[in-house]
Design a protein around this ligand. Structure first.
Ligand code: MN
Ligand code: MN
Length: 321
């Protein structure tokens, strides 16, 4: 008899996709890669358990996953299936060398570079936000970057801190292949004024949480020039605090899930996305149901759906709801 495959059975790879733990061996459209590093967290640690928690929740969507007869996900909002013909693998986790962020980051960069060389779209699961600089470092072509976050993460490298979760956008901003940076959803009352001035001085476009409301998703996506591909980094704290109890840096007055989904969808419709990450899930803080991990998983599925709507255009349909 065919297995029922209830979500609490089996070994949870992302969406029950095949595990190909060596990035050099991956042949697929998309690979999910864990970067379980949280030594960059100056507040509550635990984001190192993020990739596992996302995988565990993802299995709940896998009844509709690659191994099943009914492929992809039926999107009630859009009235059609998504991701049905996308070849997905789980590339496992980057090796984290505790106490040695340089080596850990080199491992992240090497793994993502290997995936990209093979034409695979990397989806990186944090880990705290520090990992994003290692991911962006691997992208060997000029790009624009969109960051969705309550915080600028634009701390200068000072007092020996380089691999903290407050540093990645500063490091990314210094990379020669990174052109424009859009920092979207910024709202923290703990924002450093000098960091903000530095970000503006670089030419970063800061779209505050309130400007997100005023502009709407299409106008935000339209601000990003279409002359280069796009890397997107999603810090879960861009969402409103009650949505993300399992995020150490959650703050009130954040975006709704629908706002984040619509921004990602608008970005995917207008731009070629070369990779993205979802960071700052901390399962040690999450509610027992794992709701924040579920939200992280749904962010990934919505964004992938939007990206491959464009790539696979022809068997999709209009996204206008
Ligand atoms: Mn943040
Ligand atoms: Mn962040």
């Amino acid at each position: 008899m065919e297995r029922i495959n209830l979500p609490f059975t089996g070994i949870p790879t992302f969406l029950r996709a095949p595990l190909v733990a060596d990035p050099e061996q991956v042949g697929a459209d998309v690979a999910v890669l864990g970067a379980p590093y949280d030594e960059g967290s100056p507040w509550r640690p635990g984001a190192r358990f993020g990739p596992r928690a996302i995988r565990e929740q993802s299995v709940r969507f896998a009844g509709f996953g690659p191994a099943q007869a009914q492929r992809g996900l039926y999107d009630v909002r859009l009235g059609r299936r998504r991701l049905a013909d996308v070849r997905l693998v789980d590339a496992g986790d980057v090796d984290v060398v505790h106490g040695n962020p340089e080596l850990t980051f080199a491992n992240i960069t090497r793994a993502v570079r290997a995936l990209r060389r093979r034409g695979v779209l990397p989806v990186v699961l944090g880990g705290d936000h520090a990992v994003s600089s290692a991911v962006v470092a691997s992208i060997g072509e000029p790009i624009h970057v969109v960051q969705l976050d309550a915080h600028l993460d634009y701390r200068p490298v000072a007092q020996g801190v380089r691999y903290g979760n407050g540093n990645p956008m500063r490091l990314i901003g210094e990379m020669p292949h990174v052109d424009r940076i859009f920092q979207v959803g910024i709202r923290s009352l703990r924002t450093s004024e000098s960091d903000l001035q530095d970000a503006l001085k670089r030419g970063n476009r800061i779209i505050t949480r309130w400007e997100v409301d005023a502009l709407g998703p299409e106008a935000i996506a339209a601000e990003v020039p279409a002359d280069r591909p796009l890397y997107v980094t999603v810090d879960l704290d861009v969402l409103d605090l009650p949505l993300v109890p399992g995020c150490a840096s959650a703050e009130p007055d954040g975006l709704s899930f629908g706002q984040l989904r619509d921004i990602l969808q608008a970005l995917a419709a207008r731009h070629r996305v070369v990779g993205f990450d979802v960071v700052e899930l901390n399962p040690m803080l999450d509610v027992p149901a794992g709701n924040t991990a579920l939200v992280a998983c749904q962010v990934i599925l919505e964004f992938l759906g939007a990206i491959f709507d464009v790539t696979l255009k022809g068997d999709g349909g209009s996204d206008e709801a």
